[in-house]
Design a protein around this ligand. Structure first.
Ligand code: PRX
Length: 631
């Protein structure tokens, strides 16, 4: 099943389109199942439903851990590098990781967790986060990791939507020079989360915390009492594995649901082939497990593939901007996978931080999360890859579960700023506004996928209608990605960015409505509109246009500062606008719709062509906003 040459790729791709079921069945045969499937695929994109490998019985953790014990139990499964280089790293062999996962699964079990129950994890990037995720999967419980930078109210919303029974947390979180009070955020959230019965707290920073009697218990004390073997709960391929909340174009984040069987098959297949994995690779993905990249390509795929995965607690610039390269050198990392925003930030710090370290172990580089600009690609290629490592530009989404369009390292061609070609099993099409497929090359359109792949999302938690609306209603019969895309003269795909109301800030998705709702929580705010604008490091920054109460006694500066605090409180610091412009009105059509196109142009600083503004309710407001922006 492994693709090693361009010819293998062409053959596999053709087969995956001509006989998709046969193709995926052969891939699925390479996993451990207690019972194989009755049907490979049953689906409808019209009335959305997808089932892969229905009737199959298995447990994903047996594939991640148990199956490796006999052949490579002593191989390193997980290397954990702490925030501070002064602190000792921790390594787990497959045998040790298996024990830790089993032990914590027993803790969850003794605290009442059963198959199908939801467990929320709000934790730093420490091994226990991965262990917690896998322990849930061991029991067939559904994990929902919430990035530990979200605010207590964002956390509470997610816990309540998932109706989680247990939340896993830590006392604190080290990030660079700072310590964050993780438990305080969770405690605040839990004031409004009636479904939570227990909070299991890991000691990480030794920060002072208060433990609520009957609800809060210590991770290590519980683990000490638990056995280090736990039989895996056998589940169906179509049982849910996890929920991961992500922003869409409407207000409330969606709980994207992935089911276990197809997710397992696709993530491992894509991982091995895109990165051209070898047995002795040390693989490092710098994402946080709070995002899909961390789920699929820090935890599940590398372990399914029996590889060595590195997990890093810290940030790229602490103690200095050489931290990533120091870690690469220390562990002789051979595959390095990061985001364009990190590349740009480190590029700006200069080469002295790079050149101090030996990066000759790197064989493959990867990028994900947002379009990579040519300068960043060149820098990555020349200075990190020393001109001789392929860069895989992997396009995919929370909803797709795994990498969809990407070159395969050294096998299919690189092309700077292009994700290049679809993986076997993925059938991308470009559609025009009327929903017609745009044929041929050298064209642009909205990127859709016309056939299911095993790790496509199954639903949005608790609201299947929303899933249908968001992904399958814009173009009937297709999965709509929300991205604009170009297919060049060679048939290579280049992602152009979102075409919906989603802004991609440092590779993190923000819904405009979600951020506006947060801004509007400020008592002096009447209305707001946010748009994305090009940002040198973050890819896109958030520009907020805000109408405040005329009678407010606060100064402009005070209001701006407080609005930032409000956004931090309601979503988290990651959603804070870069720029806030207080305005007296917003450009609206006569039907009351905000003309974001105009605001986008102003935010970009380009007012040369604002288009027709005569249909606006109050065309004068545009001049006022332009002036306010100094244009
Ligand atoms: O716009 C695309 C962008 O990130 C979006 C998905 O975001 P999220 O669900 O948070 O997942 C990010 C990590 C998989 C996409 O709709 N995106 C992701 N990868 C790329 C990309 N844009 C361009 N090139 C990429 N390689």
């Amino acid at each position: 099943m492994r693709i090693r040459t361009l010819e293998d790729y062409t053959t596999a791709y053709r087969k995956s389109v001509e006989t998709p079921e046969r193709f995926w069945e052969e891939v699925a045969e390479t996993f451990s199942w207690h019972k194989k499937w009755d049907t490979v695929l049953d689906y409808s994109f019209e009335d959305y439903s997808v089932k892969w490998f229905e009737g199959a019985k298995f447990n994903i953790t047996e594939n991640c851990l148990d199956r490796h014990l006999l052949t490579q139990g002593d191989k390193k499964a997980l290397i954990w590098e702490p925030n501070s280089p002064e602190e000792e790293a921790i390594e787990f062999t497959y045998k040790q990781l298996h024990e830790k996962v089993c032990q914590f699964a027993n803790v969850l079990k003794s605290n009442g967790i059963e198959k199908g129950d939801r467990v929320v994890l709000y934790m730093p990037m420490i091994p226990e986060l991965a262990i917690g995720v896998l322990a849930c999967a061991r029991l067939g419980a559904v994990h929902s990791v919430v990035f530990a930078g979200f605010s207590s109210s964002a956390l509470a919303d997610r816990i309540n939507d998932a109706q989680a029974k247990i939340v896993l947390s830590s006392d604190g979180n080290f990030r660079g020079k700072r310590i964050f009070d993780v438990k305080k955020v969770v405690d605040e959230a839990l004031e409004n989360c009636p479904s939570i019965e227990k909070q299991i707290v890991l000691k990480r920073t030794n920060s002072e915390v208060t433990m609520k009697e009957g609800r809060d218990i210590w991770w290590n004390e519980e683990a000490k009492k638990a056995d280090t073997f736990c039989p895996a709960t056998i589940i169906d391929a179509e049982d849910p594995l996890f929920i991961l909340y992500t922003s869409g174009s409407t207000g409330k984040p969606k709980g994207v649901v992935h089911h276990a069987g197809g997710y397992m098959v696709y993530t491992k297949y894509s991982f091995e082939n895109v990165f051209q994995l070898r047995d002795d690779d040390v693989y490092w993905c710098t994402a946080d497990i709070g995002w899909i990249t961390g789920h699929s390509y820090i935890v599940y795929a590398p372990l399914l593939a029996g590889s060595t995965t590195l997990m890093f607690e810290g940030v790229p610039t602490f103690p200095d901007a050489g931290r990533f390269w120091e870690v690469v050198d220390k562990y002789k990392v051979s595959i390095f996978y990061t985001a364009p925003t990190a590349i740009r930030a480190l590029q700006a710090k200069g080469l002295e931080f790079v050149n101090k370290y030996d990066l000759s172990s790197i064989r493959v580089l990867g990028t994900v999360g947002e379009p990579i600009n040519e300068e960043a690609w060149d820098w990555y290629h020349q200075h990190i890859g020393k001109g001789n490592c392929p860069i895989v530009d992997t396009w995919w989404q929370t909803e797709t579960g795994g990498i969809m369009i990407s070159n395969m390292a050294g096998v299919t061609p690189n092309k700077a700023t292009f994700a290049t070609l679809p993986l076997p099993g993925i059938q991308p099409v470009l559609l025009d506004a009327e929903g017609n497929e745009i044929e041929g090359n050298n064209v642009e359109g909205n990127l859709c996928i016309k056939y299911p792949w095993p790790s496509i999302l199954r639903t949005t938690y608790g609201d299947h209608e929303r899933c249908k609306q968001a992904y399958f209603s814009t173009y009937r019969g297709y999965y709509f990605t929300g991205d604009g895309c170009k297919r060049d003269h060679d048939g290579m795909y280049r992602i152009l960015g979102r075409v919906d109301d989603v802004i991609n800030v440092s590779g993190h998705r923000m819904g405009t409505a979600e951020v506006e709702d947060a801004i509007n929580q400020h008592e002096d705010v009447i209305e707001s509109a946010i748009v994305g604008y090009p940002h040198e490091i973050k890819g896109q920054g958030i520009y907020a246009f805000v109408i405040c109460d005329e009678n407010s006694t606060k100064s402009k500066e005070e209001l701006q500062k407080e609005i930032l605090q409000t956004v931090s409180q309601h979503i988290g610091a990651i959603a804070k606008p870069e720029k806030i412009q207080i305005v007296s009105g917003l450009p609206k059509t006569r039907s009351g719709k905000i003309m974001r196109r105009i605001l986008r142009k102003i935010a970009e600083g380009d007012v040369s062509n604002l288009g027709d503004t005569s249909t606006l309710l109050d065309p004068e407001v545009v001049n006022e906003i332009k002036e306010g922006a100094g244009l």
